[in-house]
Design a protein around this ligand. Structure first.
Ligand code: ABC
Ligand code: CA
Length: 512
């Protein structure tokens, strides 16, 4: 599937090991702190597609499928990012046949499959391990510590287990990235640390490059994937990626982890089809993680689409970003605040923003895991309950976006726009015909202090009846075509508005 195909979609991101057990009757504990396999599998996912689809998602992104290293100082590669053998799907998650069945089951439902691929590195536990790093000291070694500074060249690694690249010359010379502002360090030095080095693939080598290009092509074909999420994009020279993306032959979504919008935008089009919206994510967290959050930071975040349009060789109106509130690398939002009104507001943004919305599994069940590895809880422990308030919230948000697409042919092309901020604790994001009214006043503020929104005259015609699809309540635009319409918040909750006429056709959101 192409970028334009993906633009209409809504993605559910999951960690295969943590999403669903192969047999639904079993209930197995999963202590995230152990950093080991909990038993989730591809068959488990296949058996729970109803759960995902009934919330309105029409694509899934699964964690990397390759066989990973086990028994390292930081546990096992249950998450998939520590490649050992990229030609063999991990037997931990099932067989190649199971994965193909998942792909087929998705396609029968009209859903897409996104694979996650790692090119930048493999993983190789050192033969002599650093004694100070153990599971009881789980945070990574400080880059200022003596162990880290110890020459990476002293590492004794066994490359022979790695497949298909098993020679030191297939990798860059050992050195750990210390200076993230130095792009050649970022590209040529290694991620990881002395306790678990991540050998950095020599993507400058022509043979290595050709083998990775044909590898991705084979992967996509073998599992009939519709798209590819690419890990650690900024750690490989930019001009490696376009050929890689073309070779994949499907939509590519890159991870460029930084809050620097100009930097992130420079990868769109020239390297990959789209990027994860990390810059706006940083602002989103700043805005909603507390009732003192700075909302204008979100308004001030430069648009990746605009930046990319002026700095890269992009053309067309394809979706260029993907928006999210949570993922497997960042603390879950409820670990930052227990205020459910703030959470309900922050969750709205990815569904009204320009990017393809992504929801990280477990968010709909109110999971609260903080930093990695706590944010990778087993979903089976939730019972996959669909009567949870956040499940309803997500379902309404997906429905609103789909109704907006159905109601307005230019919904996807028209860039979203922040309307003038009416009040320090309220903001309004318009992506016509959708209008999101957001506030970070929080749930605890008494009713007289609720903020107000002011929908500028002309946003909708006078007398338009809008429906807040979250509460299924009507909101009336005033009869005076030149006057703003003022709306007050209740309980610090957000509103997602659509013209009532767009709701009648499809059911789903609010019954007419
Ligand atoms: C494990 C443990 C951790 C432990 C660590 C040593 O080992 O779980 O507790 O601290 C995989 C696993 C992880 C694992 C790592 C390392 O490997 O999932 O559990 O951590 O072994 C991708 C994936 C991610 C994956 C990898 C590696 C890459 O999504 O799941 O991790 O295959 C960098 C990369 C980014 C990568 C991320 C984890 O690390 O660029 O691709 N994600 C700065 C740098 C970023 C850097 C980030 C790390 O720190 O610029 O490049 O990301 O936290 C902002 C700035 C940012 C800045 C942040 C901190 O502040 O704008 O630039 O990011 O203001
Ligand atoms: Ca690299």
């Amino acid at each position: 599937a192409s970028a334009a195909d993906w633009a209409t979609r809504s993605i559910y991101q999951l960690v295969t090991d943590r999403f669903a057990l192969p047999s639904s009757s079993a209930s197995v504990p999963c202590d995230t702190g152990n950093r080991t396999f909990c038993g989730g599998s591809w068959t488990g996912i296949t058996n729970h597609l109803d759960y995902i689809q009934s919330m309105g998602f029409d694509a899934i992104w699964i964690s990397p499928i390759a066989t990973n290293v086990e028994g390292t100082a930081y546990g096992d590669g249950y998450h998939g990012y520590w490649s050992l053998d990229i030609d063999t799907p991990s037997p931990r998650f099932g067989t190649a046949g199971d994965l193909k069945k998942l792909s087929k089951a998705l396609h029968e439902r009209g859903m897409y499959l996104m694979l996650d691929v790692v090119v930048n590195h493999f993983a190789a536990p050192p033969l002599k391990s650093t004694p100070t790093s153990t599971l009881s000291a789980p945070s990574s070694i400080s880059t200022t510590s003596p162990e880290y500074a110890a020459s990476a060249a002293d590492l004794i690694l066994n490359y022979t287990n790695l497949a298909p690249f098993s020679s030191p010359t297939d990798f860059h010379q050992p050195c750990f990235i210390i200076d993230y502002t130095n792009q050649s360090d970022v590209e040529q030095c290694w991620l990881g640390d002395p306790s678990l080095p991540l050998p950095d693939l020599n993507t400058e080598d022509n043979d290595v490059q050709q083998r990775m290009y044909s590898w991705v092509k084979t992967m996509v074909k073998e599992y009939d994937a519709d798209g590819v999420r690419i890990d650690t994009v900024k750690h490989v020279r930019k001009d490696f990626w376009r050929g890689f993306s073309d070779s994949a032959g499907v939509f590519t979504l890159g991870e460029v982890l930084t809050d620097n919008a100009t930097y992130v935008a420079s990868y769109i089009g020239d390297a990959v089809d789209a990027v994860l919206e990390y810059p706006a994510w940083y602002a989103l967290i700043t805005a909603f993680a507390s009732t003192n959050g700075n909302l204008s930071a979100l308004l001030a975040t430069p648009s990746l689409n605009t930046l990319a349009a002026s700095t890269t060789s992009l053309n067309g109106s394809a979706a260029l970003t993907a928006s999210f509130l949570e993922n497997h690398d960042q603390p879950r939002f409820p670990s930052l605040t227990s205020d459910t009104a703030l959470l309900m507001n922050a969750m709205v943004w990815p569904f009204v923003a320009d990017g393809i919305p992504i929801l990280y599994y477990g968010q709909e069940q109110g999971y609260q895991g903080a930093v990695d590895p706590s944010n990778r809880e087993a979903l089976w422990l939730s019972g996959y309950r669909s009567d949870k308030p956040l499940v309803a919230h997500v379902t309404s948000l997906n429905a609103a976006r789909k109704l907006a697409m159905a109601g307005n042919k230019t919904f996807l092309e028209r860039r979203s726009q922040w309307l003038p901020q009416p009040d320090p604790s309220s903001i309004m994001l318009s992506k016509h015909p959708l209008l999101a009214l957001l506030t970070n006043i929080g749930a605890g503020t008494n009713s007289t202090a609720q903020p107000r929104w002011r929908i500028p005259a002309g946003t909708y015609p006078a007398n338009t009846t809008l429906v807040d699809v979250l509460a299924c309540e009507r909101v009336q635009i005033g009869s005076n075509a030149t006057a703003d319409t003022t709306i007050y918040a209740t309980g610090g909750l957000p509103k997602v508005l659509l013209p009532a006429t767009m709701l009648h056709k499809n059911g789903g959101a609010c019954p007419a």
